[in-house]
Design a protein around this ligand. Structure first.
Ligand code: ADP
Length: 618
């Protein structure tokens, strides 16, 4: 027992790993505590399982807990668990060699990464060996759960090798006595250690004590059964985990076994902080592996447009230990993100069906994120479209409708979904475009936000129906019957042809085509954009950015053969050609103006004055 053992050498890979851990890892040093507590918790969980099947377990009545003590003077940190412990062979196997293929892969990746492997290690930890980021030497006192096992102490300075000797009366489990390096003696202070535990190990299922005081009070709610959790508990958890003071607007709690084992508890906060003028929200869905925090604000798990969510994703399939790639590139992590995103979109859709008023409140605050998703996230576009809402020509101001509802209200023979962009309902409805649709009982959706322009640049159809802007020349509304008694005294086709030909000649290159149309009701004329032409809103956007908008096709002018002004114009063309020319030009500019397409307003004013003069003279 007293015989001094020759140190045994670490496996070459262990030495390599230790070298990286000790020499290159400067950030996140504190995670070694997380790693050790997680090992302790694992060891007790394993024993729990064993106890169900094994009859005899050494010191079977030991309580499951992690006991941590700090000694500032001696610069030691002691972490003790009452788990399965290790036999001599297990000590050699587990702490002297690297069994995981993941670790080997890590070493290769670290070599490629060159000077900064901390980016790789920091996120996943390096298991037991991370202790040497702070330790001068470590003793592991252990007794396996097997009755006939020895009391042993494993000791190493983390450089070349370790010794294993017999110990006296080691308790079942493991007790790690960590002699800290002078520069890392902070980890022998109670407050520092408590701090780290609160951060990473708050939800560990076994009680953790630091110098006799319990530190982890909070349950890992996401692993419990929904039916065992009250609303108050959920809200309390949200406030705690999300560092929040508000009440969550929605919560989604689910678990899945396939394709991945995971539990997720997600919250939508009361309001969108970006909307309230705060900067871009940081991702706040933390990633856990079996109750132990891996990353509090992981990027790249959920799509960026879901950054307003708070909560927890826990997957037992994630390696707490180092992974093959860094987290962002991990296929596993991507998969987790995808599963959660799909579930969340489905959840929102259901909530919207269940309580549309509640969804409306959510939508008013968070629609930007949905639209951002529609623009940037092709994978989830279909599901996102179901969440889109808009005001409509058929509803009162302020009421919202979905695309699916629009489709159910489409008229016989209607094949397209009509929408109009504009700064407000009034602006849209006072323009010339919507009236023809209204007259035919065809619904038009209204969108008011600048971002909607980008959305419709991306979307082409919903449910097989194309999106068409009402100011687009291709809108097929002319072909539909009007409901109003409309054909009253319209100009004849011949007369209209004469007027449109004349006006086209008068306006020359400024206009693509002048034609008679049935779309207009109370307006004499309207400018229509062609499909390849950029919209007025987009044009404005280019202008604010100080750029020239690309020149698309030309505007078309549609004249209303039923309007008095057009009828008078047809006459004036022959009787007062000078004035008719002025009027024609004025009509065109005014149409451009209400379409938001008029760039130079001087002509409009000068001509207006001349027309007034003429009116007074006659
Ligand atoms: P990992 O925990 O990812 O397997 P570690 O390097 O942290 O990697 O630990 C290696 C192995 O050592 C563990 O798999 C486990 O078998 C054993 N081990 C570590 N800590 C303990 C402990 N407190 N009790 C029992 N076994 C342990």
């Amino acid at each position: 027992m007293s015989e001094v053992q020759q140190p045994q050498a670490f496996q070459a890979e262990v030495r390599q790993l230790l070298d990286i851990v000790v020499h290159s890892l400067y950030t996140d040093r504190e995670i070694f505590i997380r790693e050790l507590v997680s090992n302790a918790s694992d060891a007790m969980e394993k024993l729990q399982h064993l106890q169900a099947t094994e009859k005899s377990v050494y010191q079977a009545d030991k309580e499951f807990k992690v006991e941590i003590t700090t000694d500032e003077e001696a610069k030691t940190l002691t972490i003790q668990d009452f788990g399965i412990g290790m036999t001599r062979d297990e000590l050699v196997e587990n702490l002297g060699t690297i069994a995981h293929s993941g670790t080997k892969a890590f070493l290769e990746a670290a070599k490629e990464q060159g000077n900064d492997p901390s980016a790789l290690i920091g996120r996943f930890g390096v298991g037991f060996y991370s202790v040497f980021m702070a330790a001068e030497s470590v003793k592991v006192f252990t007794h396996s759960w097997r009755e006939d096992a020895e009391s042993l102490v494993w000791e190493s300075d983390g450089v070349s090798g370790y010794t294993i000797e017999e110990a006296t009366d080691a308790e079942r489990g493991c007790k790690l006595v960590i002699q800290l390096k002078d520069e890392h003696k902070e980890f022998a202070t109670e407050d520092r250690v408590k701090d780290v535990l609160k951060r990473y190990s708050n939800f560990v299922q076994f009680p953790i004590f630091v110098n006799g005081t319990r530190v982890n009070e909070v349950e890992a709610l996401w692993l419990k059964n929904k039916s065992d959790i009250t609303d108050e508990q959920y809200t309390e958890f949200y406030k705690f985990a999300g560092h929040a003071f508000d009440e969550p607007r929605y919560r989604m709690h689910f678990s899945a076994d396939a394709p991945l084992a995971m539990n997720a508890l997600l919250f939508v906060p009361d309001d969108n902080m970006e909307r309230m003028g705060f900067g871009q929200t940081e991702p706040a869905v933390s990633l856990y592996c079996r109750r132990v925090l891996i990353d509090e604000k992981p990027e790249g798990i959920l799509p960026e447009w879901l950054r307003f969510l708070k909560g927890v994703i826990d997957s037992a399939d994630l390696p707490l230990n180092i992974s093959r790639e860094s987290m962002q590139d991990s296929a596993l992590v991507k998969k987790i993100g995808d599963v959660v995103t799909k579930r969340f979109l489905k959840f929102l859709n259901k909530e919207a069906e269940k309580d549309s008023a509640k969804y409306k409140e959510f939508y008013e605050r968070f629609n930007r994120f949905i639209k951002e998703g529609l623009i940037t996230d092709y994978t989830h576009r279909e599901a996102l479209m179901k969440l889109l809402r808009a005001e409509s020509s058929m509803n009162d101001a302020g009421e919202l409708t979905s695309l699916a509802d629009y489709v159910t209200r489409m008229k016989d023979g209607q094949e397209e979904i009509y929408y109009q962009l504009g700064s407000s309902r009034d602006v849209i409805e006072s323009g010339p475009y919507v009236e023809g649709f209204k007259a035919r009982g065809v619904e038009v959706l209204y969108f008011f936000e600048p971002i909607d322009e980008y959305v419709f640049n991306q979307l082409s159809e919903f449910d097989g129906k194309k999106f068409v802007a009402v100011n687009s020349a291709s809108a097929k509304v002319d072909e539909m019957d009007t409901t109003s008694e409309d054909e009253r005294q319209a100009l004849s086709d011949d007369d209209m042809k004469a007027v449109t030909d004349w006006l086209k000649e008068t306006l020359g290159d400024k206009v693509g085509e002048v034609r008679s149309g049935k779309r207009l009701v109370s307006s004499p004329a309207a400018a229509m954009t062609s499909a390849d032409q950029i919209s007025p809103q987009m044009r404005q956007m280019f202008k604010t950015m100080g750029q020239d908008a690309p020149d698309g096709g030309k505007v078309e002018l549609e004249l209303n053969p039923r309007h008095e002004l057009i009828k008078e114009l047809a006459k004036a063309r022959e009787t007062k050609p000078e004035l008719a020319k002025l009027l024609g030009e004025q009509l065109f500019d005014q149409s451009l103006l209400s379409a938001g397409l008029l760039e130079d307003q001087r002509g409009l004013v000068e001509r207006g004055l001349k027309i007034m003069e003429a009116a007074l003279r006659s």
